[in-house]
Design a protein around this ligand. Structure first.
Ligand SMILES: [Zn+2]
Length: 285
């Protein structure tokens, strides 16, 4: 199965880069930063400006990428090329009731960079960065990914957003190797982005997708912040935490193989469509 896991982002740094250091040597072991990026189609159906921003997190332990990240400054316009990476993570959260440290385990989704470069380091505020991004929305948030649907067919969810638009939700398994023979043992070498499609694409997805279907997503990364309640392991009170999730949303999908019936001649005609109206709470149900 051919591999495609390609993210290309141009955005503005709205904070400084965070570095993690080895406590013994002081050496930087990881660099992390959120990048403010803009989806293409900045106008709504009525022609009014309705820009939609996302904040994917770029995270790297690669020495060359850390070096590149060290040159970045707040407000810089930055190009990042990378891949969509999913991992399990553990975070320590202190219970506000009893003070106990709780270890929260959850999957995280980050951009694993292979290139980081500064495009413009002259900006001194948010506004100039936003204005700049409005001119390059077409290249600010690009995701092209080939993956197999790993959600069991009966759990592929379709529904309506609060605005009454159809959405479809499913998860992909995306191989990390360049060329991998189809195999059932890909768990250790794959990433698992969650996909939310909308409108016409969601309608098509709901009709033809099934578990194991191979699809090509031409879309963007879509970040949402979730408010969650967790139960303290010590005092059993619930307390709120915030988590960010990065999903994928297609502008269009191509159904490559093993979709329902697999009889459709082709869905390769691109369906250029308006950016979907997203409703961040309903889509996450
Ligand atoms: Zn507690």
């Amino acid at each position: 199965m051919a591999k495609e896991n390609y993210l290309s982002l141009r955005g503005q740094l709205r904070s400084d880069v965070t570095f993690a250091r080895d406590p013994d040597t002081g050496e930087i072991t990881r660099a992390m930063f959120p990048l403010l990026v803009l989806r293409r189609n900045i106008k709504d159906r009525n022609g009014y400006l309705a820009p939609k921003f996302d904040r994917p997190i770029i995270s790297t332990s690669d020495p060359d990428m850390i070096k590149a990240a060290e040159t970045l400054r707040h407000y810089d316009i930055v190009d990042v090329k990378g891949t969509f990476l999913t991992q399990h993570s553990k975070r320590n959260k202190q219970c506000p009731c009893c003070g106990a440290i709780n270890v929260i385990e959850s999957p995280i989704q980050i951009v694993n960079p292979v290139y980081i470069g500064v495009i413009n380091d002259k900006f001194e505020d948010d506004t100039s960065g936003t204005n700049y991004l409005m001119k390059c929305a077409e290249i600010s948030n690009i995701a092209k990914i080939i993956g197999r649907v790993c959600t069991p067919t009966e759990q592929i969810i379709t529904g309506e957003t609060e605005r009454g638009e159809l959405y479809c939700r499913y998860q992909l398994a995306v191989n990390r190797k360049l060329y991998v023979l189809d195999s059932i043992d890909e768990e250790d070498h794959a990433d698992y982005p969650l996909v939310y499609s909308y409108g016409k694409t969601a309608s098509d997805d709901s009709q033809v997708l099934q578990q194991n279907a191979l699809i090509y997503v031409d879309g963007y990364v879509h970040t949402v912040v979730l408010d969650q309640e967790v139960e303290c392991a010590e005092c059993h009170n619930n307390f709120p935490i915030k988590t960010q999730r990065m999903n994928l949303t297609p502008y269009s999908n191509e159904y490559l193989r093993d979709f329902k019936g697999d009889v459709l001649e082709s869905t390769h005609t691109k369906q250029e469509q308006e950016p979907p109206e997203q409703c961040e709470d309903t889509e996450l149900q």
